[in-house]
Design a protein around this ligand. Structure first.
Ligand code: ADP
Ligand code: MG
Length: 626
């Protein structure tokens, strides 16, 4: 059951504060049809958003099945919103160029359910709202009432316990409103439906309970919980506390979340720098095929073609990721129909929304484990065809500056703004996200011959061991200054000085820095394995000590190892490939070493012996085979 205890909500903007809810106490049954009535501005939407986890309360508590949400983190709220609640709004928020079936299916795409099952459930949901025969229509071929029914199907397809509807009939005439309410009433037979409405007649006819709000307070409640039900609420809290005491509850099921995160990441990549290279590669590959076809007609160009192929594919290698989206879905996007536009309106060109939906619908998981076995078993077949096959694992590289015993400075992952004074930090905060995408540290590909055809040594030697790295310059011996901070050659405090000076009106630039090869060769860094950041407790669980500087320092001393710059490289004269985009490149042997180290650690041994619980988070593992 859902229990709101003394909920307050203040909206604060600048020094203005609006108290939208003033101590709301309400409990809801597992199954009922609640209508919330009240004048505009009395807090109805605010209340609904708080119940649905779309907005945070300022004071009070929302208790879900006996569990307080006071300590919920983002992940908990995500899980609640995704698995427990379905939303229906006054505006239908349907995607115009997709069929209504796809619209309903889309909300399942990120939940890790197979395509066939998604379709089946979407059809079921659309059947429930009486639209089984319309599933292939586009939203603009439907009436308002029908569109709202699609929105309801979308809200229930995940099978949530709670349906929240904010003025779902606000834009409909009475006749179609009735259809929508019939459907909601039907759903309320085995769900909790909470609906905000302006229409008291319809509320009276359909709802089993009417709550009136006035000025942020509950004015009346036609059917509050009886004594027995209040008793049940208290039982739920006790039950939950007992489960906690017995260590039987972890957080809710994680299925789908990691997929969702992965999707968001790949979307983010697509829209940012990394992504653009993917798109360029994609466009490029079409281009290459075209050129190759034409040129292959005239003999003698064969060498040229294979060189272009080699160079292009090393800049834009074929990558296969755990989660992939079919870029063909982007290639097939059609431009919106603009013929119906008139000169009286401003129109939205749906770029972002179209990309998101196209990607979401082609989103799938790859079985990389099996694929790797296949590649390994057919080594002889692939080796002549490729320059290198590189396996990139999600190995965290934790790198510190060599003077870690006196001053702990983390270089990877690096945050420039964290190394600035609090006064200058805000000026460069946005720079950090750019830095994070810069891939300062990068793994070398395994084909040494190919590397040497594309890069020349300016000094020192290529890495031969797992703890040797090379510094990568551009063809004019340059490295961007922001990379120099991240590899510890320059001090971030200079930036402090520069900003303070510049803001003070002195705009003479810094003198440009240069370094002797000799001073760079032999520079060292300290590496820690991520597993060593976790400290084992007496009860067998592990605690994350990332942020404990003294602890990290001791880890670096006891268990860390040094990386050494063994060489300085730059692109070869006639190379057009730029496989090495970072500032420092390390041997694939380093990744292997870190993986082997982690595998042999106490933490992973303990985790392997504990198939039902994540030791780092205490969460239950629902599906032991996953
Ligand atoms: P209703 O849905 O009943 O019309 P709302 O819940 O939308 O009312 O709003 C309740 C009060 O809170 C109103 O005074 C409104 O102006 C204020 N309010 C709502 N949202 C915000 C916001 N994001 N920032 C500031 N004030 C808000
Ligand atoms: Mg409202």
């Amino acid at each position: 059951m859902l229990n709101l205890k003394n909920i307050f909500k203040d909206y604060i903007s600048g020094n203005l504060s609006v108290r939208a809810l003033k101590g709301v106490n309400l409990a809801f049954r597992q199954k009922e049809f609640v209508a919330i009535l009240g004048p505009s501005g009395c807090g109805k939407t605010t209340l609904l958003n708080i119940i649905g986890g779309l907005d945070e309360y300022s004071h009070g508590d929302l208790v879900i099945d006996g569990k307080s949400t006071k300590k919920f983190n983002d992940h908990d709220w995500d899980t609640y919103r995704n698995h427990r609640v379905g939303f229906v709004f006054q505006t239908y928020n349907l995607i115009a160029h997709q069929s209504i079936l796809s619209n309903v299916e889309l909300s399942l795409t990120l939940s890790g359910i197979s395509k066939g099952e998604r379709r089946k459930r979407a059809v079921e949901a659309l059947t429930k709202v009486g639209l089984a025969d319309q599933i292939n229509k586009k939203p603009n071929q439907l009436s308002g009432g029908q569109m709202q029914r699609v929105a309801i199907a979308r809200a229930i397809v995940n099978n949530p316990h709670i349906i929240l509807a904010d003025e779902p009939t606000g834009a409909l005439d009475t006749e179609t409103s009735v259809q929508v309410l019939e459907i909601l009433k039907n759903i309320s037979k085995d769900h909790l439906v909470i609906m905000v409405t302006h229409n008291p007649e319809l509320a009276k006819r359909y709802a089993t309970r009417i709550i009136r709000l006035l000025d942020g307070e509950v004015q009346s409640d036609s059917n509050p919980l009886n004594e027995e039900e209040v008793q049940m609420l208290e039982e739920e809290v006790k039950n939950y506390q007992r489960l906690v005491a017995e260590n039987k509850v972890g957080k809710e099921k994680r299925v789908g979340m990691s997929l969702k995160t992965a999707f968001m990441l790949s979307l983010n990549n697509l829209l940012t720098k990394k992504g653009r290279t993917i798109l360029t590669a994609f466009a490029g590959s079409i281009g290459i095929i075209g050129i190759a076809l034409i040129l292959s007609l005239s003999s003698g160009f064969q060498n040229y073609i294979s060189r272009v192929e080699e160079e292009t594919l090393s800049s834009y290698p074929i990558t296969i990721e755990t989660v992939s989206t079919d870029l063909n879905s982007l290639a097939n996007l059609k431009e919106a129909d603009k013929t119906e536009r008139d000169d009286q309106h401003v129109y939205s060109n749906d770029v972002l929304t179209t990309i998101i939906t196209a990607m979401a619908s082609s989103f799938s998981e790859n079985d990389l484990k099996t694929f790797k076995t296949y590649l390994d078993e057919n080594k002889e077949k692939f080796e002549p065809l490729v320059t290198d096959i590189q396996y990139i694992y999600d190995v965290d590289l934790n790198i510190y500056k060599s003077n870690y015993e006196t001053k702990l400075e983390c270089l990877n992952p690096y945050s420039l703004s964290e190394n600035l004074s609090p006064y200058t930090r805000p000026y460069l905060a946005s720079f950090d996200s750019m830095m994070q995408r810069a891939d300062v540290w990068q793994e070398l590909i395994g084909n040494q011959e190919f590397l040497e055809s594309q890069y020349q040594l300016a000094a020192g030697a290529w890495p031969t061991t797992d703890n040797e790295v090379v510094l990568v310059m551009d063809k004019d011996n340059g490295i961007a200054d922001y990379l120099l901070y991240a590899i510890g050659l320059r001090e971030a405090s200079e930036i402090d000085e520069l900003i303070i000076r510049t803001v003070g009106g002195d705009t003479t630039p810094f003198e440009s820095e240069s370094y002797e090869y000799e001073d760079i060769l032999g520079l060292t860094y300290r590496v820690a394995s991520s597993v060593d950041y976790y400290e084992k407790q007496a009860d067998g669980s592990y605690v994350d000590k990332h942020d404990d500087a003294a602890f990290v320092k001791q880890v670096l001393i006891d268990k860390g190892f040094d990386l050494k710059i063994s060489g300085i490289v730059k692109p070869a004269e006639d190379a057009s490939s730029n496989v090495l985009r970072g500032a420092i490149a390390y041997s694939p042997k380093l990744s292997t070493r870190l993986i082997d180290y982690a595998n042999a650690s106490q933490l992973l041994t303990d985790q392997r012996n504990s198939p039902n619980k994540y030791l780092l988070t205490g969460e239950a593992i629902e599906d032991a085979t996953a």
